[in-house]
Design a protein around this ligand. Structure first.
Ligand code: ADP
Ligand code: MG
Ligand code: MG
Length: 526
């Protein structure tokens, strides 16, 4: 490689693109960095046996990411775990916020209703497990780079399985393949970095010195599930115990989930996958007061496993609840003795409304209520950007209503409903448009958040076999696992659990990989 070549290299920089793409295509399938193909790609009903897999979209190169930001995000994750464990325990606080959004949000209202019904029956399981992911973008303020939180996920935080594989892929490519690919780079065109790019990147990084940190996301998330499984203990009914993954029908991101499952099976923990839509058919509850959740093997219903941990990779959005029976299924999990990941209260703690209340200017008073330690709470506070309610009664809400409806001011904001899974937000000019469609008394079921505008870096995405080169924006997610007792507040396990880097074209507003906007990436620390 020529000494002044920029990193990541551009495709016209003498790269052996073909060979690099082919290497990634093969490695990805060989190592499960893969998804099931979308019907649009293979044609409706063209894979009736469910045997096809395609590469997960991925960057050719690990994207440069500021080391200080990466380290900060990792270091505060256990504080975030603790914060969200405490919020989950504060039913009064969550109830108040649910009331604020429920008028315009039937889904949140329904979750709360199920929680109240279970509370009336009496919760039998006090242990609660969170597999969290806190998402950030880098905000550049002059020369200072600061992570700003996009959102905090408390249910079905995905991509931990594929992310560990992506790190391995990029490690595999570097230095050998990367270096070799670049040795033919005799005629690199110099690229002038604009002011908006990371200042540190004005120094090119030779590929054989890339700083690629290890990523334990798959094993670390599995370790969280294992901690809950062990805390559950043996069945007093003498059944074997298991972990049950509750999944969506036709899940395309199945290998992501399988990586966690395979990691658990290394410690001989039985794991089963059950579509949410079939939960009522294949489970029963043992009589009150024990209410163990019992899983009957579909091919042999008399063979029973007691479900120690129920890991939800479904149930986070209204589409998973097409019928009243879907809510009965959710209630069965919640009312049983299984350790749910998550409980309804923990799912609700992940509402964007909660993040807004924690972050609303002028200061960290709500945050301090949950995290009294000043050093810890100010470390968390630093990661917040301005988020406003859209009510008409508070000064912050009235200001937000002005910003959201002003054709110029709205360009600096994103408006979010209480939803997960990508594709639900309204950006910039679409905000006033959307508000026109919503009765004013329901505006408060949205929050208004300042857009974070990270410096773009150059990279190339390999998606469905095609290369897309250009400016990209990276979103870092840090996983965390936390097991706590809802009654006593005792935290039994609290760990940072690896990371995810998702990258999207800088013209795209959403960044979800599953939603088709983003791709998998890993960090090259600079
Ligand atoms: P979801 O729970 O559906 O993933 P997010 O809050 O993560 O919702 O928003 C989806 C995507 O929208 C993010 O991955 C990010 O790309 C973009 N986004 C959300 N909030 C912001 C923000 N404040 N600034 C810039 N982009 C944002
Ligand atoms: Mg989310
Ligand atoms: Mg998100």
């Amino acid at each position: 490689m020529t000494s002044n070549a920029p990193y990541p290299p551009a495709l016209d920089a003498g790269l052996e693109t073909e060979r690099l793409s082919q290497t990634i295509k093969d490695w990805s399938i060989a190592n499960g960095l893969a998804v099931r193909p979308p019907p649009a790609l293979v044609g409706q009903n063209q894979d009736p046996e469910g045997i096809l897999a395609i590469n997960a979209p991925v960057t050719l190169f690990p994207s440069p990411f500021p080391k200080s930001c990466f380290e900060e995000a990792k270091a505060i994750q256990t504080n975030y775990n603790e914060l969200y464990a405490r919020i989950s325990q504060d039913e009064e606080f969550l109830g108040r916020l649910v009331q604020e959004v429920a008028g315009g949000d039937d889904f949140i209202a329904k979750l709360w209703e199920i929680h109240l019904k279970v509370k009336e029956e009496g919760y039998v399981q006090n242990l609660s497990l969170g597999l969290f992911r806190s998402d950030y973008m880098v905000h550049q303020d002059g020369d200072h780079l600061q992570i700003k939180q996009v959102e905090f996920n408390t249910i079905a935080s995905s991509f931990g399985g594929l992310s560990a594989q992506t790190s391995l892929l990029h490690q595999y490519l570097s230095p050998c393949h990367l270096k070799h690919s670049l040795t033919h780079d005799t005629n690199t065109r110099s690229r002038h970095l604009s002011k908006t790019e990371y200042p540190l990147l004005t120094t090119p990084i030779p590929p054989n010195t890339l700083n690629l940190p290890p990523n334990t996301s798959a094993h670390s998330l599995a370790a969280g599930l294992r901690a809950a499984y062990e805390a559950y203990g043996p069945s007093i009914l003498n059944h074997p115990t298991c972990i049950l993954f509750i999944v969506q029908d036709g899940e395309r991101n199945i290998f992501d989930q399988r990586h966690l499952e395979y990691s658990l099976q290394q410690s001989s923990i039985p794991v089963f996958r059950l579509p949410f839509s079939q939960l009522l058919t294949h489970t029963t509850l043992s009589p009150t007061p024990l209410r163990q959740l019992l899983y009957h093997l579909p091919h042999n219903p008399s063979q029973i496993f007691e479900v120690a941990v129920t890991y939800l990779r479904a149930g986070y959005g209204p589409n998973d609840y097409p019928a009243p029976s879907s809510w009965l299924a959710r209630r069965r999990i919640e009312t049983s003795n299984t350790i749910p990941c998550p409980t309804i209260l923990t799912q609700l703690a992940g509402m964007k409304k909660v993040q807004q209340v924690l972050a609303t200017p002028p200061g960290p008073s709500t945050l301090a209520k949950f995290i009294p330690d000043e050093e810890k709470s100010s470390a968390l506070w630093r990661t917040f950007t301005n988020i406003y309610p859209l009510d008409s009664s508070s000064p912050a809400g009235r200001e937000a209503r002005r910003l959201a409806t002003d054709p110029k001011e709205c360009l600096k904001y994103v408006m979010k409903p209480q939803r997960e899974g990508g594709g639900n937000n309204f950006y910039k000019g679409a905000i006033p448009e959307q508000l026109k469609k919503v009765p004013e008394e329901h505006w408060n079921s949205f929050i208004l958040m300042e857009l974070i505008t990270p410096p773009a870096v150059q990279n190339t995405i390999l998606r469905q076999g095609k290369l897309e080169q250009g400016g990209v924006i990276c979103e870092l997610g840090v996983y965390g696992t936390c097991l706590w007792d809802q009654k006593t507040g005792q935290v039994k396990h609290n760990e940072e659990a690896g990371y995810l880097l998702r990258t999207k074209g800088d013209q795209s507003e959403e960044g979800g990989v599953a939603a088709g906007f983003g791709c998998m990436d890993s960090v090259a620390l600079v």
